[in-house]
Design a protein around this ligand. Structure first.
Ligand SMILES: [Fe+2]
Length: 245
């Protein structure tokens, strides 16, 4: 556990690796700028990512810590077990990989790579209030039984990974899996894609698609709605009420 609490080291990336990052960044930024929620748009510049060069995890971790008290942990280039993953979250640490996809996987990578994590997720973690709500998922998950843990992971998945949010009468992308993937972002906003108001039981029972795109996307009304989702879930399930900060 202790060795995983530090960010991963920055490997000796090749120039091709940097070109993958630069290509993904340049291609996705206009789409994200058009579709992203305000939280992403406000947070992204604060990360000070270099559009042309892969980020150094230690530098970004320090920057995040100064902004919101979050740091980066080591995701060990694979899916962590969900319990270990939520242990990181409970300690205000976001696990990241130092793996970058190959040039022939630009459209979709089933293994989350660092582009997904840095471009899609980290802007949100510059915001202290979002960070407080995200952290509250940790103790909730760790206090839950096996069925509840699966359901809490899905509440996280269908909001912070693939959720939409209402803003000023429009729908915007909230989930990092949308913000970092041109294909999934397109799909989430396509005219014939089902988009439905967030429903705790429906999300808790919906299998999450890891290796393919989703068929239905859930809409939250605000950041505080996300907090109310985990509070309501805790109440429904007799779990300790999530506490912020
Ligand atoms: Fe993710």
């Amino acid at each position: 556990m202790t060795t995983l609490s530090a960010p991963p080291t920055m490997p000796a990336y090749t120039e091709e690796d940097h070109r993958v990052w630069a290509t993904l960044y340049a291609r996705q930024m206009p789409h994200a700028a058009e579709r992203a929620c305000s939280l992403f748009l406000a947070g992204f510049p604060r990360l000070q990512l270099d559009p042309l060069r892969l980020p150094d995890p230690a530098v970004v971790s320090e920057r995040l810590f100064a902004l919101s008290g979050w740091t980066l942990g080591d995701a060990q280039n694979a899916y962590l077990g969900p319990t270990e993953w939520f242990e990181h979250i409970a300690e205000r640490r976001f696990p990241v990989t130092n793996y970058i996809r190959r040039m022939d996987e630009l459209e979709f990578t089933p293994l989350p790579d660092l582009f997904h994590e840095y471009f899609g997720h980290l802007a949100f973690f510059t915001d202290r209030h979002f960070g407080d709500i995200a952290q509250a998922f940790g103790p909730l998950y760790l206090a839950a039984n096996e069925r509840q843990q699966l359901e809490i992971a899905r509440l996280w998945w269908f909001t912070t990974e693939f959720g939409l949010i209402r803003e000023g009468g429009e729908l915007k992308a909230f989930g990092a899996g949308l913000l970092s993937s041109p294909g999934e972002l397109r799909k989430a906003f396509a005219p014939d894609t089902p988009r439905i108001p967030f429903d705790i039981r429906a999300a808790a029972e919906m299998p999450s698609a890891v290796y393919e795109m989703h068929n239905t996307y859930f809409i939250i009304d605000s950041l505080d709605h996300l907090y109310s989702i985990i509070c309501d879930y805790a109440r429904m399930e007799g779990l300790p009420q999530p506490v912020l900060g």
